[in-house]
Design a binder for this molecule. Structure first.
Ligand code: NDP
Length: 487
């Protein structure tokens, strides 16, 4: 299986190579075979990309928002027209099941392009009455924005960052995770085909050190990172040291609370989506499932039966639900947590193994895993695992579960299942989380802001909130009378 791109980087509207950069082998996580080979960006490549972005941005910013939006909407159409190919490429690069990548990856990038391509024209400043005089505000672009992506949703992350940045009149240099360099390049090609002027969306490959060079580059006005909390702290510090704008979309250990009166079928469906979709590699996953005592047996029976029916296998087979984890290192990390959970005294209720699938012996598979009898203090209930590992906890009272749900350094997401809507809104209001669901989980429509409280992040992606984070506000005072001066 090969998925070799034409070259490693995409700068100023074309593919660029520099073989001096360290080699990055791109693996198919289902088999471990090498499907492509790219080079990490050298200093020369970083400079080329930054210079291309810096020179292209001013003319782009001078276009009317509706003209910029038209190009983004054309790109959205092209992404959707190529969805089958993009989904296959994303599956080869991430190992995620094709039945997911067909509906959740490139389509989500397209949705962002469509949304911001339309929304930007109405994202205006305001006019302020000052009596005799008046003032107004302008939303102006920041300049060159750096996007840095994680490996779990490569093209979605590139789209979620590029769409609001470009719509607002910025240029972007995007660095994918070194594990998933391929689909951002495909997106860059699509932008060029859609008519985006050269230099406005550039892709450079590399490890974290390339990311750090981009963040601190003098031409960089803003950085938007999707990654772990640990990386977020480093990038935020680097950006802060140079007074650059920053948006951080980081990890979590989110609570999903199921009350006695919940629809059990829906609550179990939510818990499954909140833990096993994308083989558990989703930042907003509800990995602490709090179930009220009265419903516990019923919930666990249904959860067990439906988890046993999850099909692991060939990610390219449309019948497969669950593919492998992204890498050997990630599988080892997840298996390490499964061992820790048992050592800490939790009950391994289901799964916990690494299946050997015929033809996929080299793949990084882990069974969907459920722990019960989990204590709040256990590491499996406190630390982000980023794999298909669910912890089920029980509770009795509403106040109790709110306090326990909030007892974490993270605050990315939270969910509540109940038929009592007054309780649903009361509990959601009391939870320290930036992205919440009532009787649903992990739906992230572009129309709603997405992001975290506490250690889970700063700033927001999606919705008009993202346009605010890719712009700066200029205030203009207009004097209609004489200047009153005592001098
Ligand atoms: P990492 O934090 O390891 O890496 C994220 C990106 O940052 C990668 O492109 C990485 O490059 C780059 N990077 C690493 N160090 C630096 C640095 N010092 N300066 C600049 N860039 C750097 O995350 P993963 O890729 O391992 O993704 C998993 C994590 O991402 C999980 O913890 C998950 O919670 C989080 N995540 C958060 C999301 C959210 O929206 N809140 C969404 C998806 C994931 P390289 O990989 O090449 O080293």
């Amino acid at each position: 299986m090969r998925a070799q791109p034409k070259a490693s980087h995409y700068i100023n509207g074309r593919y660029v190579e520099d073989e001096q950069g360290a080699v990055i082998d791109v693996l198919y996580p289902a088999t471990g075979e090498t499907i492509a080979r790219v080079h990490s960006a050298t200093e020369n490549i970083v400079e080329l990309a930054m210079e291309a972005a810096r020179s292209a941005q001013p003319a782009w910013a001078r276009l009317k928002p509706v003209e910029r939006g038209r190009i983004l909407r054309r790109a959205a159409e092209l992404v959707l027209a190529r969805n089958d190919d993009l989904a296959r490429l994303e599956t080869l690069n991430t190992g995620k099941a094709l039945q997911e990548t067909l509906v959740a990856d490139a389509p989500s990038a397209a949705e962002a392009l469509e949304f911001f391509g339309g929304a930007v024209a109405s994202f205006t400043g305001e006019q302020v009455d000052l009596g005799q005089s008046f003032g107004y505000t302008r939303r102006e672009p920041l300049g060159v924005c750096v996007g840095i992506g994680a490996w779990n949703y490569p093209i979605q992350i590139a789209g979620w960052k590029a769409a609001p940045a470009l719509a607002m009149g910025n240029a972007m240099v995007f660095k994918p995770s070194e594990l998933t360099p391929l689909t951002a390049l495909a997106l860059a090609e699509i932008f060029t085909e859609a008519g985006l002027p050269d230099g406005l969306f550039n892709v450079v490959q590399g490890l974290g050190n390339v990311g750090a060079t981009l963040v601190t580059h003098p031409a960089t006005a803003k950085v938007s990172l999707t990654g772990s909390v640990e990386t977020g702290r480093k990038v935020q510090a680097l950006a802060g040291g140079k007074m650059k704008h920053a948006t951080m979309e980081l990890g979590g250990k989110s609570p999903l609370i199921v009350f006695d009166d919940a629809d059990v079928k829906n609550a179990v469906g939510g818990a499954l989506l909140a833990n096993f979709y994308s083989t558990g590699q989703i930042c907003s996953n509800g990995t602490r499932v709090f179930v009220q005592k009265g419903i516990y047996e019923h919930f666990l029976d249904d959860l067990t039966r439906r988890t046993k029916a999850i099909r692991l296998g060939d990610p390219l087979d449309p019948e497969t639900h669950l593919g492998p984890l992204i890498s050997r290192a990630q599988r080892d990390k997840v298996m390490g947590y499964i061992a820790i959970g048992q050592e800490e005294g939790a009950t391994l209720h289901l799964g916990g193994g690494t299946p050997k699938l015929q033809g996929f012996e080299g793949g990084y598979y882990v069974e969907p895993t459920i722990f019960t009898e989990v204590g709040d203090h256990m590491r499996i209930a406190r630390e982000e695992i980023f794999g298909p590992v669910m912890s089920v906890l029980t509770f009795e009272e509403e106040d109790e579960v709110i306090a326990r749900a909030n007892d974490t350094e993270f605050g990315l997401a939270a969910g509540v299942f109940t038929r009592d809507l007054a309780r649903a809104h009361r509990v959601i209001a009391a939870l320290d989380a930036g992205t919440c669901w009532i009787n649903a989980y992990n739906l992230t429509p572009v129309e709603l802001p997405f992001g975290g409280f506490k250690q889970s992040g700063i700033g927001r992606e999606n919705a008009r909130a993202a346009l605010a984070h890719y712009s700066q506000l200029k205030s203009v005072y207009v004097e209609m009378g004489d200047v009153e001066s005592p001098y």
